[in-house]
Write a protein that binds this ligand. Sequence first.
Ligand SMILES: [Zn+2]
Length: 424
Amino acid sequence: MKKVLLIILICISFVIGCKSFSKPDNDVSLVDAVSDKIVDTAIVKSYTIYGRFFNLEGELDTKPENLMLVLKSDDVEQEYNLYTEEENGKFKFKTTKLINKGINLEEIKEGEYLVLLKSEIKTEDDAEVKYYTLEDKSNYEPLTYYTITRNSANKKINIEFKKNENLSLLKLNCEKVKLPSDIYDVVIDAGHGGNDPGATKNGYSESDINLDYAKSLKESLAASGLKIKLTRESDESIPTYGLKSRVGIPYETKAKLLISIHQNSAVTNIGVGGVEIYVANNADTEFASTVVKNIVEGTSTDYSSNKENKILPGVYLRTLKKSDIEAMSKTATKEGYEPYPLASTNSTYYYIIRETGGVVTGAYVDNRNKEKPWNTYYNSNHGTEGYLFELGYINSSKNLKILIDEKDKYIEAIKKSILDYLEI
Ligand SMILES: [Zn+2]
């Protein structure tokens, strides 16, 4: 019996031994290829994923010429632009100015990469190349990204800082995988539900219209091969924060895009009507503009006539005003809980956009108010690109009729815009 056990033990240790030697350490070969050109280490202050985009920012003590960011594998070196500026004697760099731009993770090919800064000084017949390794000085977690489902296939990208002897390295690894069952491409949120009907008119409730649209949009996008998650499947109340909540689901599913569907209702300016799409602050508005244009061209509805918070035809940006923050602070104090001083006038007003983008969109509903529900992911460096769609004003009989009669046209316009934006 003892002999059998001994043989089993020897077999197990042999298998473990083989496993650890079966894969050569690619870190070493990647570093070896550039080691004689590494001149310094740059400090990374922040690295994030928002939607499909990976971005980082940091600083150097000196100013290198022609600085860019590179993803370097054994056989390719992919180059990315950097935005740079000098501030307080430091040389600062970042990969994007707009939160939904930067390094598109969908475009990365399978392989192992080192993320480096590269300075290249070209002379007449030669080029002097210097590399800078990256050292993490953020408090952020390593990142795991799953690419959007294309032809039923997905890739997984891990982004992580590692020590290699005395070098600090940022590594990116991209491999084909089977998508885990709890990971999704897009989350669609039907606003309101259960004991909260939202706006109502002539027996119609916003929550029902939202759910009907959300379900149809899910079906339509799923038919194009995308994996879609709804925040609610029926007329039910769901929590705003916590596990399986409106805010939690986009993080839990690592969704690339979040569409929150609502219908508007005017209280004072009752003549107003049309479609409005709300975007995050500091974001490129191309997607929102395309959605509105496709809806206006594909249905009988029009660009909204509402002028408040309008930045482009049908595109709206509402950020927290000083007065909003003061009002929030007053309510908090009155109700006996701590206000959120972190809220700034750069934060997006609507929580469904702000609280689902983590640090990128300035999520701030943390747990300082012990009795209040809070956003478990408020300090996450991996967020979802969020939009709030107000498809029409249900207090307007004309808008309501279009919403009911032309749902299929709306869905077709939104589906087309999403597929184009995600490059499906
Ligand atoms: Zn609503």
